[in-house]
Design a protein around this ligand. Structure first.
Ligand SMILES: Nc1nc2c(c(=O)[nH]1)N[C@H]1C(S)=C(S)[C@@H](COP(=O)(O)OP(=O)(O)OC[C@H]3O[C@@H](n4cnc5c(=O)[nH]c(N)nc54)[C@H](O)[C@@H]3O)O[C@H]1N2
Ligand SMILES: Nc1nc2c(c(=O)[nH]1)N[C@H]1C(S)=C(S)[C@@H](COP(=O)(O)OP(=O)(O)OC[C@H]3O[C@@H](n4cnc5c(=O)[nH]c(N)nc54)[C@H](O)[C@@H]3O)O[C@H]1N2
Ligand SMILES: [Mo]
Length: 764
């Protein structure tokens, strides 16, 4: 039997035999399915599935507050009734004693595909309906840009899409310069469900059209082979300097578009003295940038000339803004694009993240897809997503964010569903200390992730194969029916059903569930979408459900970002204070932040290859997205195992750096800095620039023993990364800013235990 379903990495049919999922078949209309769907059957029946509701031994004995044993003690299975009573009782206690400002329910994380059963959305609806909570705004992906870009461009479309379409680039662009590249591994996924993988085909079209592609990145593989990119191996976190030097070259050689700068931008005259060095005595010229970036001055000058002489598209990956002062790289790229003056022309200008998500540069759709309604949070409280550890460690302390000053709430209870902070957060040793402070931690998870292991009460959730739903990323053109393929594994329940059980106990079931069950909700969300769409492309629910999918076609074949603004900057004013692109921002000047001045500048990152710290920790760590999994999802399975070396996350290192340390391919090394250490398996490769190592994130955090700040046996890069906001403006994650050292490890490395459930002997 073939049963349609969906995932962030592709639509598929589950092959079901005798009530078990035994395989997957890719969606027939997907031109380039991702091999990640092969991981699904093993994930569903993984020994790391949580068998039953579980309570940490120390919490069961002592109740709250007993955070010290969190992440150390084994779990004891309890029945559903008892588990729900415990959770409801604890929520009531905290609401009564401390109010909603004591409950952290932001629950950042990707959950699974599917509009209705999206775990984070269900949790936030539940907490909003039952008393309120502290939310997390923005995100880890492009949170800095999400906050920052509206000041400069009026909206964040340039990072979230739709961007100038691939069709426009293939037809009109001659030179495509990618800072951070566009690694094909990343465009396997789109949040919410990616049924149509088109980026490989789009790059093939660029190759056929003869578009020249330049990959400015510490890693050669970031440029897709199909376009035979030119590789400029830059030092990490120095792109801002290179972009400023490109702009400087254009200006001193009078190749910049003065008419564009005058008509469409504001503030260029305030940036100019900085660029030329009149302001600070240092021209931001190619020689200056060469010393910082490691890219030769003549290469920078030559690239600037090429850019000015033909239709040029500029992009930077989302990773560039996940760095200390990540705002500046994006602002400098916008400055460069403004100097070139091609913004709003077919195939010209800029856009962020061409290689960061599938379908981000497909033309906009005819009408928007389905959305699950939210419930406003009555507590109206939130922190910037990536400041979670700061918040837990510093209750009552003031912090700045985007021009405002706020106070961290005093969190007593943490509730997470659909996210893995022990995957996604930086400086995990610090997070572990912060995570011990709340009185109670409740987690819903299908699997024993590190976050589940660091909880007090763990409720087992179903996977998307164990429930009915429909899904699709707003970027994707398909809406996919997700039929329940199998009964829930073990005692797993749907997040919605868990919350409904809790809401009944708390007396807020009507506000939460609105009287609907799964079937009624699916029809409600679908019918609302259908009504809004007013299109014969959207059939009745039953017809859609039976067919298994529907397509929302593009509204145009070619799309150009900022075309209307270009055509008439008065009529199509940007939503910035000046109505134009802000190269100097009065508003940001008003914030008075020294870590985000009012025009793009090069500020040395806290750690980089040119800093003092590099004397002790001389390698820059690139903790990019993993190729063989989505974040930490399915890390315990066979597809992820393909990428591991000696059972650990692979560390890619240049031959020169490896031989200087006597390190050989395939061996296990210790990677460390002042924040922590982990063990990884070595891949020696010249695709990584000297001075740089790549340890992708996603390895399940596996502290080798109970000691404080102990090494992760399994290679989780976030024990090494720095937990610091990009600036007081963006307060995003700066995971890309970290220096490390790597050493041979003579003793036998610790055994990895991430796949062994932490359940007390005799337990489920
Ligand atoms: N060093 C470093 N760190 C990074 C990054 C980086 O580049 N470098 N990238 C950052 C970025 S961009 C992101 S987006 C984050 C991603 O971080 P996360 O989104 O937290 O990572 P996931 O592994 O996708 O976590 C989702 C969790 O939800 C669980 N889940 C799935 N379906 C369900 C369900 O139906 N119900 C419940 N209850 N749970 C479910 C999964 O098992 C998984 O544990 O990581 C960030 N961290
Ligand atoms: N297979 C797979 N695909 C994914 C994900 C996944 O987990 N697995 N995660 C998805 C998510 S949530 C997101 S947000 C996107 C993220 O998309 P991106 O942010 O684009 O992804 P990264 O892999 O973090 O970074 C892309 C490349 O940037 C380069 N880079 C790092 N630092 C620098 C620098 O300072 N300068 C330059 N020039 N280059 C640098 C690295 O070599 C890296 O390979 O990916 C999505 N795609
Ligand atoms: Mo992300």
């Amino acid at each position: 039997m073939l049963v349609p379903n969906h995932s962030h990495w592709g639509a598929f049919s589950a092959v079901v035999e005798g009530g078990r999922v035994v395989g997957t078949k890719p969606f027939a209309l997907d031109p380039d399915p991702s091999p990640l769907i092969d991981a699904i059957p093993d994930a569903v029946y993984s020994p790391t599935r949580i068998a039953a509701p579980m309570v940490r031994a120390g919490w069961l004995d002592g109740g709250p507050p007993s955070g010290a044993g969190r992440g150390r003690e084994p779990f004891v299975p309890v029945g559903w009734e008892r588990a729900l009573d415990l959770v409801a009782g604890e929520l009531s206690r905290v609401y009564r004693e401390h109010g909603p400002a004591a409950i952290m329910g932001g629950s950042q994380g990707w959950s699974s595909a599917g509009h209705f059963h999206e775990a984070r959305g269900q949790l936030r609806r539940f907490l909003a309906a039952c008393g309120g909570f502290v939310d997390q705004t923005s995100n880890y992906s492009f949170g800095t840009a999400l906050t920052f870009l509206p000041h400069i461009l009026g909206t964040a479309q340039a990072v979230g899409g739709p961007l100038t379409s691939w069709t426009s680039i293939a037809r009109h662009t001659r030179l495509f310069v990618m800072f951070g590249g566009a690694n094909p591994k990343n465009t396997q996924v789109a949040k919410g469900g990616c049924a149509w993988h088109g980026t490989g085909g789009s790059f093939a079209a660029l190759a056929r059209a003869g578009v020249q592609v330049v990959n400015v990145s510490p890693i050669r593989e970031d440029g897709p082979d199909s376009v035979a990119p030119e590789w400029l191996p830059i030092r990490p976190n120095t792109d801002t300097a290179m972009m400023l030097a490109l702009a400087h070259t254009l200006v001193v050689e009078r190749r910049h578009d003065e008419a564009f700068l005058a008509r469409y931008c504001t503030g260029f005259t305030s940036v100019l003295p900085y660029l030329t060095g009149v302001a600070d005595g240092q021209p931001k010229d190619a020689a200056w940038a060469a010393a910082i970036t490691g890219v030769p001055a003549e290469t920078i000058r030559g690239l600037a000339r090429r850019m000015a002489s033909e239709r040029t598209m500029l992009t930077a990956s989302w990773s560039l803004q996940r760095a200390d002062h990540g705002e500046q790289a994006y602002w400098a790229l916008i400055l460069l694009a403004c100097c070139l003056g091609q913004i709003g022309l077919p195939g010209g200008g800029f856009g962020f993240g061409y290689g960061s998500s599938a379908s981000i540069a497909e033309p906009p759709h005819l009408f928007p897809g389905p959305v699950m309604p939210t419930i406003p949070n009555p507590a109206r409280l939130a922190i910037p997503a990536a400041r979670i550890a700061d918040c837990l460690l510093n209750p009552g302390e003031r912090y700045d964010y985007d021009g405002k000053s706020a106070v961290y709430p005093d969190i007593r209870l943490v509730y997470w569903a659909g996210g893995n902070p022990f995957h996604h957060h930086q400086d995990l040793n610090r997070l572990r200390r912060a995570w011990r402070r709340p009185e109670t931690v409740i987690v819903h998870e299908p699997w024993w992730t590190a976050t589940a292991r660091h909880a007090d009460i763990v409720l087992p959730a179903t996977t998307s194969l164990e429930r009915n739903d429909f899904g699709g990323s707003p970027r994707d053109r398909f809406v996919i029916a997700m039929h329940k393929a199998i009964d829930p594994v073990g005692e797993a329940r749907n997040d919605f059903d868990i919350f409904r059980g809790l809401a009944r106990r708390l007396g807020c079931a009507d506000a939460f569930a609105e009287g609907r069950d799964e079937t009624a909700w699916l029809r409600h969300v679908y019918d609302t979408f259908r009504e809004r769409a007013q299109s014969n492309l959207v059939p009745e629910f039953d017809t859609f459900w039976e067919k298994g999918w529907l397509e929302i076609p593009p509204r145009t074949d070619e799309y150009v970002l900022f075309a209307e603004f270009r055509a008439d900057p008065e009529k199509a004013r940007l939503a910035t204070p000046s109505g134009r692109i802000e190269l100097y921002s009065e508003r940001i000047a008003g914030f008075g932040y020294d870590d985000c001045p009012p025009h793009p500048v090069w500020i040395e990152p806290a750690e980089w290859l040119g800093s003092n710290t590099a004397k002790r920790f001389p390698l820059h760590l690139v903790s990019s997205q993993p190729r063989h999994k989505l974040h930490s999802q399915m890390d315990a399975g066979p597809v992820s195992a393909r990428g591991k070396v000696a059972g650990r996350e692979a560390l890619a290192i240049n031959p020169a750096d490896a031989s200087a340390r006597g390190i050989e391919d395939g061996e296990v090394v210790r990677v460390f800095n002042a924040r922590g250490a982990c063990f990884a398996g070595v891949v020696v490769t010249d695709t990584v620039r000297p001075g740089v190592v790549r340890l992708s994130c996603g390895a399940w955090y596996d502290p080798a023993d109970d000691a404080e700040d102990v090494a992760c046996a399994h290679g989780n890069a976030n024990v090494l990364t720095r937990d610091h906001g990009t600036s007081r403006l963006g307060q995003g994650s700066s995971s890309a800013t970290a220096l490390v050292e790597v050493e041979r490890y003579a003793a036998p490395p610790p055994v990895t235990a991430f796949a062994t459930p932490p359940v007390a002997a005799g337990g489920g």
